[in-house]
Write a protein that binds this ligand. Structure first.
Ligand code: GAP
Length: 445
């Protein structure tokens, strides 16, 4: 029987054990809330990115791609409101020297007595709250002088707005149309933590959809629905997903309306993706600050500033949700197994090829290698001859490999292999020469 047993500790441990994710700079003691992705993490992230990109760009004719720079002219961030307003209120404790978010004291732990909240013990000595900007500063050019201060982008969105005119002219688009971008964003988060949920460096996938102003609300509703559909298709269970509309006090300065798509992480319902209705805020702000008109001029001469709908998410938060959702523990014939029930499209490895006996004189290694070399040209597959077959199956189960092809003594007699299904554990036999077509077919389903 499978049970819903994923905890953050179990996911962290599986990611570590199987090489999905490592703490960054580990040999130097790490660096808070930055992580390095290992082989399976990279493959899974590539799959998520490519599924997002296909659904946003390849399968539509109203969205084009962009890859803008990470470091932009600092005036971009003045115009967008980030220099002034992208801040968190912080308090310092003069006793334990730790820093806390003033609006999250309830969720924080005192540095001296972790069972208490900051401010709860007689020794706590908190400062008044002050605003702290979340953007990482850097300097452009050889001299670190005041005039050369720049920022690592805290979102990919602004790179899209400042290219609105280029795309409108050169990609010959008219609203409604969108611009999609995937890339790293950086935030000096003060209460990071919860593994991949809140990072200081993360990979955003954002799409800005420009529409005639009177169509804004309709497109906002459309994108909430469309993004929910995409998550279901990714394999997230409906029971773990919900849409939550922001109250008026909660909305960002640019937002006319925002709904979060939330996932039931082990830390509780939390934002997976935000779908914001940004109105004309950004195009207007950059028009005023740059003097370049960012508007749409119709062939009939009428002009307007389009409104913007923005679905925005990070691959890191999706990966965390996908791993939690797929994680299962089962008892099979008296033995425990841990598995990731990942959709094949998301799974890092699509199939494993295993010789039942890995001694060369058993005759199984050679046909297994041949099959592996045939399959790997088309799909990410893995050859494994290390350890007993049960251990190899368990290893593949833990990284979510949907199928394993095993070469055994029957293969040597009649040229068939066993295919084992990760979830049902059902086994069937296939002719060796039909394995590639079978796998192509199974992945297309
Ligand atoms: N352009 C709008 C924007 O950036 P946001 O709500 O701050 O809005 C959008 O971020 C999405 O980016 C979030 O829903 C989340 O998926 C992801 N995200 C934001 N901050 C993150 C962080 N520190 N670590 C991981 N993902 C983050």
């Amino acid at each position: 029987m499978s049970t819903d047993v994923a905890t953050m500790d179990k996911i962290v441990s599986l990611c570590r054990r199987r090489g999905f994710v490592f703490p960054s700079s580990e040999i130097y003691g790490g660096l808070g809330s930055t992580y390095d992705y290992g082989h399976y993490g990279v493959l899974t992230k590539n799959n998520i990115r490519s599924l997002w990109f296909s659904s946003m760009v390849q399968e539509r004719d109203d969205i084009v791609a962009l890859d803008s720079a990470v470091i932009l002219n600092p005036r971009v961030w003045e115009a967008s409101g980030h220099v002034e307003g992208f801040t968190d209120p912080l308090v310092d404790c003069r006793t334990c020297k730790l820093r806390f978010r003033a609006d999250r004291l309830e969720d924080s732990q005192c540095g001296r007595k972790p069972s208490k909240k900051p401010g709860e013990t007689p020794d706590c000595d908190l400062t008044e709250p002050r605003q702290f900007n979340l953007m990482f500063e850097t300097s452009v050019g050889a001299l670190a002088e005041g005039g050369s201060t720049a920022y690592l982008r805290p979102e990919t969105a602004q790179g899209i707005f400042i290219n609105f005119k280029n795309v409108l002219q050169l990609a010959r688009r008219r609203p409604p149309f969108g611009i999609a971008q995937v890339g790293k964003s950086f935030r000096n988060e003060i209460t990071p933590g919860n593994f991949l949920f809140r990072l200081r460096e993360f990979e955003q996938m954002e799409m800005e959809f420009f529409v005639p102003p009177d169509e804004g609300e309709r497109w906002h509703a459309y994108w909430i629905e469309e993004r929910m559909r995409w998550y279901r298709e990714l394999g997230l269970r409906d029971s773990q997903l919900r849409v939550r509309e922001h109250g008026p006090d909660e909305r960002s300065h640019y937002s006319l309306a925002t709904s979060d798509i939330e996932y039931l992480y082990p830390i509780g319902w939390s934002e997976l993706e935000g779908v914001a209705y940004r109105g004309e805020y950004d195009l207007r702000a950059h028009t005023e600050a740059s003097g370049t008109k960012l508007e749409y001029v119709d062939p009939d001469g009428s002009r307007y500033t389009p409104h913007v709908i923005e679905p925005a998410v990070s691959i890191d938060r999706i990966l965390l949700a996908v791993l939690i959702d797929a994680y299962a523990e089962e008892e099979v014939e008296g033995r425990e197994r841990t598995l990731l029930r990942l959709r094949p499209s998301v799974a890092p490895v699509k199939a494993a090829v295993l010789p039942l006996i890995s001694k060369a004189d058993a005759g199984m290694v050679e046909p297994a290698r041949r099959l592996y070399e045939e399959l790997r040209v088309h799909h990410f597959v893995e050859y494994d001859d290390g350890g007993n077959i049960g251990r190899r199956y368990r290893r593949q189960d833990e990284i979510g490999t949907p199928w394993a092809f095993t070469i055994d003594d029957v293969t040597l007699e009649d040229g068939t292999v066993t295919v084992r299904d990760r979830d049902s554990l059902a086994q069937e036999r296939l002719p060796l020469e039909g394995v590639l077509a079978w796998l192509d077919d199974a992945l297309a389903r």
